[in-house]
Design a protein around this ligand. Structure first.
Ligand SMILES: [Zn+2]
Length: 280
């Protein structure tokens, strides 16, 4: 598999000199298999740049959504392939707690968007049932699911292809106030020995307890989980929009030195490509 990060920020897109290196767009990750199939994970503002690239192809488009918070769907109305006649776009909605599982479409209705989703010329199929299953297949990927511990629910995914495993877990609170919908042990089993774990780490322990219950994990918690699960490479995602490039890069250097013999750790950067066959 090959992974490209198109959006790595949590909550809201940000711009300016403090966000040039890691990028300011909200969640979107593009995964390709060796067979040439692809999946788009989430539809934050990062998907806009990906859409321009996909306009040069006629491939079917598959989008997997974790949940419907704005930072995971707000790029969709500006994803250019939705304006292409008959372009095949399948969307798997995250298993959220509300009936508005079609929010990625209905955000383009009423007074919130000038173009209404019913008027789009592309061939969009929205599936609100698949993410309720423990596993399913999509293109050449085998996919397993796990409920996110996050306000309003949602779904984490493990992707299997090319004898490799990528886990995508965002947004997720590993130590919520309420009983966790997915236990620590269940997360360990879900992500066990993943080649790549992409996990929400919006906060630091010093941000808590003010941010407890907001549905995100800390850097420290995610490292502990990754070590116990023996993952090969860890990418933090959903970076706090309040945290600058300099703060994150400084922290990254400290963590990489601290864990250099145990785990490869990176704060995901917009535009970074990861070829999994290059990961030892
Ligand atoms: Zn969220």
């Amino acid at each position: 598999m090959n992974i490209t990060f198109y959006g790595v920020r949590g909550s809201t897109p940000v711009s300016g000199e403090d966000f040039i290196i890691l990028g300011g767009h909200t969640s979107c990750v593009y995964v390709c298999s060796e067979k040439g199939d692809s999946l788009i994970l989430d539809s934050g503002t990062g998907i806009v740049a990906l859409g321009k690239k996909l306009m040069k192809t006629s491939d079917d488009i598959n989008i997997l959504l974790t949940h419907n918070h704005w930072d995971h769907i707000q790029g969709f109305p500006y994803f250019l392939p939705i304006y292409q006649k008959d372009r095949a776009i399948s969307i798997v909605a995250g298993n959220v707690d509300f009936d508005d599982k079609d929010a990625i479409l209905t955000q383009m209705s009423g007074s919130t968007h000038p173009v209404k989703y019913q008027d789009l010329p592309s061939n969009i199929q929205l599936n609100t049932e698949l993410s309720k299953q423990k596993s399913f297949s999509l293109a050449s990927f085998e996919i397993t699911t796990q409920p996110l511990s996050h306000p309003d629910g949602g779904t984490a995914y493990c992707l299997y292809a090319d004898n490799q495993k990528v886990a995508y877990v965002t947004d997720n609170e590993l130590s919520p106030i309420k009983p966790a919908i997915t236990s620590w042990q269940a997360w360990l089993e879900f992500i066990e020995q993943a080649d790549v774990l992409i996990h929400d780490a919006q906060y630091l322990e010093t941000d808590m307890p003010l941010k407890q219950g907001w549905g995100h994990s800390t850097v420290e918690q995610v490292i502990e989980l990754a070590l116990q699960a023996k993952v090969k490479r860890l990418y933090f995602i959903s970076h706090d929009p309040e945290r600058s490039d300099q703060e994150l890069i400084t922290l990254e250097a400290t963590l990489r030195a601290q864990y250099q013999d145990q785990l490869v750790i990176e704060f995901a950067r917009e535009g970074t490509q990861v070829e999994l066959s290059n990961i030892l």
